[in-house]
Each structure stands twice: as structure tokens, then as C-alpha cells.
Ligand binder design. Structure first.
Ligand code: PPS
Ligand code: ADP
Length: 201
């Protein structure tokens, strides 16, 4: 990968992040959902986005399945490709936070090091790690896309939880029990955002 060019200089623009946040009426922040395939990341992130949108919050949901159709269509599921996937998404999320949005991301993001990389990229308090903790057996029973079945049959290699690692977060900002009702999980996340003064009560 090409390295940073020292002849490219950062340019500050007249409209500041603070002014954009003022216009939105809230801060920019990333809610970084992580968990196994089938744990419920997209479902819970989608339900939370809907609740926030209805409350007038400016949001954007970046979803692994969708991003891999465009921005990351050249990437597969080797450790190096997953790392590059998360690096790109982290950079995009950072730009969206700078735009003043509440960004929700739904990527397996199986490696602690990559999640830490994104945390470091964003400022303090701007990276909220949401661990959707659903046992592998439950994810496998849900298997909405039939991918676990393929992985067990040896038709799909490097599948997270089967023959590729998932490193659970040590200290996520919020640890969700992925077997609870989606409405309950959404309420827990809204509470956290209110508690952190990211949205108003
Ligand atoms: N080998 C392998 N391992 C895991 N997942 C696989 C694989 N191949 C395809 N898929 C599908 O891709 C979705 C995960 O993409 P992500 O971008 O979130 O993965 S990662 O963060 O880069 O690890 C994942 O979607 P979710 O089920 O929404 O998590 C799968 O549908
Ligand atoms: N809390 C939940 N309780 C029961 N089923 C759920 C829950 N969350 C998600 N599901 C279901 O599990 C499946 C996987 O959810 P999904 O959001 O696609 O997971 P992920 O994005 O982590 O792969 C879907 O069929 C979804 O309807």
C-alpha cells in the first residue's frame, strides 16, 4: 500500500466541525458494532438508526455486507483483507463524524488490534464499542444466509467462528446480550447515548 506523501499538506476549511455539530444539534460519534456473523449487528444497528432518525438525529449506517459491494469490493476474508476493510471503514467513519453525524457501523471486525486502530483514529469519547454477544451456537442456528452451513460443509473457508478467529472485546463501552429482544437492546443503546449527552432526553 502507498505510504503518506509528505508533500500533501492538510488544509483547514472555514466551516468547522463544531459549527456542523451545532447545525445538527448533536455531536458526531461512532457506534462500532462488533460480533459474530448472525449475532444481530445489522438488525440492532438498523433499529437504533430508525429510532434516532425519528428523533431528528442525523445518522448513517455503514454495513459490512453493503460496503463490500462497493468501497471494499476488492477485499476478501484473509486476515490482511479484513484489516484493510476495517481501516477503510474507520477512515470513512472518521470523515462522517467530522461531518457531525452519528455513525453506526456493523462489521464483524474480529481482531482487537483493528478495533483499537479505529478507536485510536477517533478522538476520546468518539468511539463507542458495542459488543453484540450472541453464542456461536445461536448464530449458527439462525444462519439467515446459510453461510455457517457452507462453512461446516467445507465449502466456505476462513469463516469467522469456524476456521477464522473472533476476539471478543475486553472492555467495550456496552456489552449486549444478543439473545434479548431487539427493542430491549435498542433501549439500552438509547440510554447510553443520553447518558453520554450525545442525544437529549
Ligand atoms: N469467510 C467469511 N467470514 C465471515 N463472514 C463472511 C465470510 N464470507 C462471507 N461473509 C459475509 O460477510 C459479512 C462480514 O463482512 P465484514 O466486512 O463485516 O467482515 S470483517 O469485519 O472484515 O471480518 C458477513 O455478514 P454478517 O453476517 O452481516 O456479519 C457474512 O455474510
Ligand atoms: N435480538 C435478536 N433476537 C432474535 N433474532 C435476532 C436478534 N437480532 C437479530 N436476529 C435475527 O438473527 C439473524 C441475524 O441478524 P443480523 O442482524 O443479520 O446479524 P449480523 O449483522 O450480525 O450478521 C436475522 O435473521 C435477524 O432477524
Amino acid at each position: 500500500m502507498a505510504q503518506h506523501d509528505e508533500n500533501v499538506v492538510w488544509h483547514d476549511h472555514p466551516v468547522t466541525r463544531e459549527e456542523r455539530e451545532q447545525q445538527h444539534g448533536h455531536q458526531g460519534v461512532v457506534l462500532w458494532f462488533t460480533g459474530l456473523s448472525g449475532s444481530g449487528k445489522s438488525t440492532v444497528a438498523g433499529a437504533l438508526e430508525q429510532a434516532l432518525h425519528r428523533a431528528g438525529v442525523s445518522t448513517y449506517l455503514l454495513d459490512g455486507d453493503n460496503v463490500r459491494h462497493g468501497l471494499c469490493r476488492d477485499l476478501g476474508f484473509s486476515d490482511d483483507d479484513r484489516k484493510e476493510n476495517i481501516r477503510r471503514v474507520g477512515e470513512v467513519a472518521k470523515l462522517m463524524v467530522d461531518a457531525g453525524l452519528v455513525v453506526l457501523t456493523a462489521f464483524i471486525s474480529p481482531h482487537r488490534a483493528e478495533r483499537q486502530m479505529v478507536r485510536d483514529l477517533l478522538g476520546t469519547g468518539q468511539f463507542i464499542e458495542v459488543f453484540v454477544d450472541t453464542p456461536l451456537a445461536v448464530c449458527e442456528a439462525r444462519d439467515p444466509k446459510g453461510l455457517y452451513k457452507k462453512a461446516r460443509a467445507g465449502e466456505l473457508r476462513n469463516f469467522t467462528g469456524i476456521d477464522s478467529v473472533y476476539e471478543a472485546p475486553d472492555a467495550p463501552e456496552i456489552h449486549l446480550d444478543g439473545e434479548q429482544l431487539v427493542t430491549n437492546l435498542t433501549a439500552q443503546l438509547l440510554d447510553l447515548l443520553r447518558h453520554r449527552d450525545i442525544i437529549r432526553s
